[in-house]
Design a protein around this ligand. Structure first.
Ligand code: NZQ
Ligand code: ZN
Length: 385
């Protein structure tokens, strides 16, 4: 196993009714900015609960953070932060609101044009405002990690950043708040969490048996619980298990000390930036083909995955590997997330456009071995048509 530091300062408050505990974790004398999305929290009562919990606090609001949050919009919140001398941010929503809040937290303290944060992947962030989160959509893991993804619409660039200054101080996870999710977002969340585990697990053996077992446990739990959330959307226990899976999938635990891939995510981000596909839709399109094209480099782990996660032990190696990839693709489809470019009315033109953007963003040596060249990305995308 490689050397690694594992530090995660985010405090998790998990369970029914935990929003009421906001008053205990938001600093009492803070000037708070409440940040949220397009209105789901107004309709499902979450905003009322947050207001009740923050009675007596000084707070302002910024709404309208869109899915795949835009730099252009977030910079307006940065202005508000400066104008109102805000010193604490509270994100209430899904990954987009939490990511947007991380960016605002870093941009508010940043010297110079904050787009540079995305250009440098966050390496130039030296401080950020403190912030917490109330999660309403289990998917990204943003509630317990230090990464964010922001889109600059004017140039169709979707870029990510990470900084040790961008961990939430706390995150409130009340699974009951996920009951109002549309079916599409339930599926998206499960597929995104699944893909996060795969990006950290499906590489090559690295003498990391406990990370492997954790990863396989999360994958198996998502396979068991995901379809139940679609069939019985009012089942609290199912929602709770999915929520905890999504958090553990990307809080650094399973990725500590192991090689990581992320090529599927990088290609997927270009599809979202160009065609506005949901994040998880892009992963469902790219991942099965990515595994097929890179079968040789991932052979040992694909065989382990086939045996331990899908219980596929019969037949020769290539048969087991293909069966495991087919099962993965079927699972995404079962969760209601389509897996081909043509399902989203995209054709060979999209392949060329994505490759041009990958090249422009220097995404030309991706993956755990840095061997995913543009030519390999082309094979992947063509296989996904
Ligand atoms: O905007 P509102 O009205 O709140 O509606 C949202 C939005 O339309 C709705 N929603 C959220 N909670 C709800 C709800 N509707 C009903 N009931 C609820 N309880 O869901 C829609 C999608 O929300 P969004 O936050 O965009 O989804 P998600 O959590 O999947 O976040 C996606 C973003 O996260 C980034 C993605 O690239 C994308 O920009 N990611 C962030 C990562 C990270 N920080 O580590 C890693 C991921 O790989 C990913 O890249
Ligand atoms: Zn993701």
């Amino acid at each position: 196993m490689n050397n690694f530091d594992y530090a995660n300062p985010t405090r998790i408050l998990f369970g029914k009714g935990r929003i009421a505990d906001l008053a205990k974790v938001v600093p009492a004398d803070a000037r708070v900015l409440l940040l949220f999305g397009g209105g789901s929290i107004r309709n499902n009562g979450v905003l009322d609960e947050v207001h009740a919990a923050l009675a007596g606090f000084t707070f302002h609001e910024f709404s309208g953070i869109e899915p795949n949050p835009s730099y252009e919009n977030l910079m307006q919140a940065v202005e508000l932060v400066r104008k109102e001398k805000i010193d604490f941010l509270l994100a209430v929503g899904g990954g987009s609101v939490i990511d947007g809040t991380k960016f605002i937290a870093a941009a508010a303290n940043f010297d110079g044009e904050p787009w540079a944060i995305l250009e440098k992947g966050g390496r130039n962030v030296t401080s950020a405002l403190p912030f917490g989160a109330v999660l309403t959509l289990p998917a990204t893991g943003s509630e317990m990690n230090n990464g964010g993804v922001v889109t600059r619409k004017s140039i169709k660039a979707k870029m990510s950043f990470m900084s040790k200054h961008c961990f939430p101080l706390f995150s409130i996870l009340d699974p009951a708040k996920t009951f109002t999710l549309p079916t599409r977002q339930i599926g998206n969340g499960v597929v995104d969490a699944f893909a996060h585990v795969m990006e950290q697990y499906m590489t090559y053996p690295a003498n990391a048996p406990v990370q492997d077992r954790f990863a396989e446990g999360i994958l198996q739990t998502l396979i068991e619980e995901g379809p139940k959330a679609l069939a019985n959307p009012d089942d609290y226990d199912v929602r709770a298990n999915i929520m905890w899976c999504a958090t553990l999938a990307l809080n650094g635990l399973i990725g500590a000390g192991v090689p990581q891939d992320w090529a599927t995510h990088m290609v997927g981000h270009e599809l979202t930036a160009l065609y506005d596909l949901d994040h998880a839709q892009t992963l469902a399109i790219v991942m099965p083909s990515m595994l097929r094209v890179r079968k040789e480099g991932k052979r040992a782990k694909l065989l382990q995955y086939a045996a331990r996660v899908w219980h596929l032990t019969d037949g020769d190696e290539d048969t087991r590997i293909e069966a495991a990839i087919a099962k993965t693709q079927e699972f995404f489809e079962q969760m209601g997330v389509k897996t081909r470019l043509s399902d989203y009315e995209l054709n060979a033109d999209a392949v060329e456009a994505v490759l041009a953007q990958l090249s422009a963003h220097k995404m030309t040596t991706l993956g755990e071995r840095r061997d995913v060249t543009l030519e390999m990305s082309r094979q992947v995308l063509e296989l996904s048509l």
